[in-house]
Design a protein around this ligand. Structure first.
Ligand code: CP
Ligand code: NVA
Length: 309
């Protein structure tokens, strides 16, 4: 049994194994319907319990399909209906019940410590479905999408992030270390990655560069990533922050600094950080990106269950 909380804590070898398995599985179910099982239904009889303390559309749907296709099932808990939040039931007791009734737990939370606390008391795997510090299932799936479209290992590509220094970027930085790719970050000076994140980059001698001029960040990119400037529960002066990001808006002009065949990716939901002319252009691969989460999360589930081929 393995947990999936942070890309940093998983070996490059295991992450690569997940992507290889996802590719094989995706290819082998081209003619199947969404709810048809993968051959052998490797997670037959298994229950994935999901809980979202914050909104979700894609993560919810993709985990639903992922466990179904593997032959298992899922149940989504509403945090406001549990004794954990209302009646003060402890994480320890909640975790014991989850472990007795279910086989894996996916949690989207506003508190990184909660993931660690659950991990301590669960005897089933826990998967981080987004936390304030990371969004590992999203980024592993995005590495898959990049390699699928570019038909090259991501280590041979120039990856750019233009946007806020948030959870999704933190996972992209961790991925850049695990998969050895060059990463340029374009953001306003006062919204650059935290000191902790910069220390992590330094410690791993990675080639991440930070640019306060978005054109420099976009230059020669094979892939440009972005995300909302204001994340869920971002406790900032929203107007002020949006104003500071104005010149980082992704438009055709900014895309023209990248390579001609540069693709645009965005985990969604979107805000005003990208113009429709880019978001709806041929360069944008956001729908393929969203759908790939099903395929990669299936292999993440198998990794957690110790059943990766
Ligand atoms: N990208 C992503 O995680 O989307 P949701 O918030 O809709 O799950
Ligand atoms: N950074 C965004 C990602 C949403 C999927 C947020 O945390 O709200």
């Amino acid at each position: 049994m393995k947990h999936f909380i942070n890309l940093k804590d998983i070996s490059s070898r295991d992450l690569r194994k997940i992507l290889i398995d996802a590719k094989k599985r995706k290819q082998s179910r081209k003619k199947l319907n969404n709810l048809d099982n993968d051959k052998g239904a490797p997670l037959k009889g298994k229950l994935l319990i999901q809980m979202f303390e914050k909104s979700s559309l894609r993560t919810r749907l993709s985990f639903y399909l992922a466990i179904k296709q593997l032959g298992g099932s899922t149940l989504t808990l509403r945090p406001d209906e549990l004794h954990l939040s209302k009646g003060g039931e402890s994480i320890e007791d909640t975790a014991k019940i989850l472990s007795n009734f279910g086989n894996a737990f996916m949690l989207r939370t506003d508190n990184d410590v909660k993931l660690e606390d659950f991990k301590k008391y669960l005897s089933i795997p826990i998967i981080n479905g987004l936390s304030p510090s990371s969004h590992p299932t999203q980024i592993l799936s995005d590495v898959f999408t990049v390699e699928e479209i570019k038909k090259k290992p991501i280590s041979k590509l120039n990856i750019t992030w233009i946007g806020d220094s948030n959870n999704v970027l933190n996972s992209l930085i961790a991925a850049s270390i695990k998969f050895s790719f060059k990463l340029k970050i374009g953001c306003p000076k006062n919204y650059q990655p935290s000191r902790n994140v910069k220390n992590y980059i330094k410690k791993n001698r990675n080639k991440v560069s930070i640019h306060y001029d978005p054109k420099k960040a976009a230059k020669d990119a094979d892939v440009i990533f972005s995300d909302k400037v204001i994340s869920m529960n971002d406790k900032v002066n929203k107007l002020k922050k949006l104003n500071q990001f104005k010149k980082f808006k992704i438009n055709k002009k900014l895309m023209s600094f990248a390579k001609k065949d540069c693709i645009f990716l965005h985990c969604l939901p979107r805000g005003k950080e990208v113009e429709e002319s880019v978001f709806l252009s041929k360069q944008s691969k956001v729908w393929q990106q969203a759908l790939n989460r099903v395929h990669v999360q299936k292999s993440i589930l198998l990794y957690c269950f110790g059943k990766l081929r």
